[in-house]
Ligand binder design. Sequence first.
Ligand code: ACM
Length: 651
Amino acid sequence: MPLPASLETRSGSLAITAQVTVALAGSRSPRLQAAVLRTLKRLEDKTGQPLPRQLSDATQGTLTVAVKSDGEPVQGIDEDESYTLQADTTSVRIEANTTAGALHGLETLVQLVQPANASYVLPAVSIQDAPRFRWRGLMIDCVRHFEPMEVLKRNIDAMAAVKLNVFHWHLIDDQGFRIESKVYPDLTGKGSDGLFYTQEDARELVRYAHERGIRVVPEFEMPGHSVAWLVAYPELASGNRPAGIRREFGISDVALDPTRDETYDFIGKFLGEMVTLFPDQYLHIGGDETPAPDWKSVPRIVEFKRKNNLKDNDALQAYFNQRVLGILTRLNRRMVGWDEIFNPALPKNVVIQSWRGEASLAKAAQQGYQGVLSAPYYLDGMKPAGVVYLSDPIPADTKLTLEQQKLVLGGEVCMWAEQLNERTIDSRIWPRTAAIAERFWSPQNVRDVDAMYERLLSVSLELETVGLRHLSSQDAGLRSLAGSQNIAALRDFSLAFEPVSFGERYQQQHTSQLTALTGFVDAVRPDPPIRHEIELAAKVLAADGAGQSGKTATARRALQEFFAKTGASVPAVQQQMIDSPRLQPMRERAGQLAVLAQDGQDALRYLAAPGSAPADWKKKVLADVDAAKKPSAIVRFTFSDALVLMVNAVK
Ligand code: ACM
């Protein structure tokens, strides 16, 4: 995962043993050598076999990596990322025009190695692979909650494992200024609580990402989302000056003053410094959500608009963007911005990141602008992998012409950080992002959701071995909640729950940057594997509840076990709540789980013996499900849809 563009399986396999030899038959760049050594280490861990570290310059080894050239020193969007991988029973050969392509081939190699009888083997395959989209990104908001460097590094490793190639680093927002400026030290001095990336950190992360074939596109929000700029340099404000970093989330009213030359001098000096840290050709200026009431009320600004024939705030923001674009052009950078920068006043070489809906991407492309789709890939919407997976930057029924389709560079997953912290971020991003990565990489017709979930299970484990904590963090969270190492019941209990969406949580819990994110909702994961498993089993039983086939029996057993286990966990968890105040908000949910787990077991019984359900039973269960849909403890049940499916199938 992502599924290659073309894959043929052959018969036989190559055993991975200590006798493996490794040859670099083309480029021997330090970047390629480091990548091959990392791969050998991973294969060693995976197979338990000690593997050599000599990288010979022979034309062939057991593993041969033949790369024509290292590629551009600064990876561009047109980098050739294709590779081929040929494995037979004696050797495997990866060929690529660039190191970036070879890196992808090495990731494929690691995924392919699998147990067979008593050893580990590489199945014989022939793969020809290349990405469908050039821009395959992940944005991480490091402002609302700061993410330490090691968190970013392990997420970059995970991105590489699923062949993503753009890390979009959201560095500035109302809640903090997270990148050091030596020209304007007060930006972090007053705007960061001391939580920021030094220039050394930024260089280190860019280097780390480049080693893994990943570009780093930094984002510097302006002219809105700018509280942190103005805390340090209030003279840049349009009017209203913030008293301090904004702890609340949502949209603030302040904005940089677009009418004064000093604003552009400041931005020019700041960005001039930033381009020395971030070599990527693209630089993101944010640009979203700028209500800027001061632009309608401050006489100086109102007069400026009149004099310059700028009819409204949008026109004024377009003027601002044009001046910033001038700065970026001087700095030899191309501008990326959120939807709101889309304005005919801007030239066609700006890139629009579409977050407010897929329509805006198409509209931008129709008017000749390049774009990146993000609207469907907001992870904080807590949609299951199977839903986000099917959203396509260029759907099969697109109305765009072929020329317009070329303007769609790809897509970006967005991880906003209001409701997560360094302990929970991995489970919010992964493994769902692996499914989206497949959408960005693989052919358009790779759309089988059940097959995707099956592969996602393996990839999820692979991602843990590169360092992610998306699986292990749940147990750590439960232990912390329980104040105990005895979490067996709590683990079963948690199978029934997942976090609600950003919007629902926002309504139910007043969170700010100072809210502790250590509740039950923070421990559980979105779209845990059990959700899809239960859904599949429920579909089988709904189609043939009394059936005797092996498939029906397996589904029945899985559901029986699930309802029995989750139901049985309730008394023990209720007991644990007495001494665990942070668990107590789950009291209502625990009561509901006891009822629904019994309903599930009843449904299984009635499905097996048609005609046995009492009158009104169905109505009672649907009422139980409805009651459980009401907001409580900012979590939702993982199985309510599956239960409804089963109940409706009862005769
Ligand atoms: C955004 O979500 N405001 C880009």
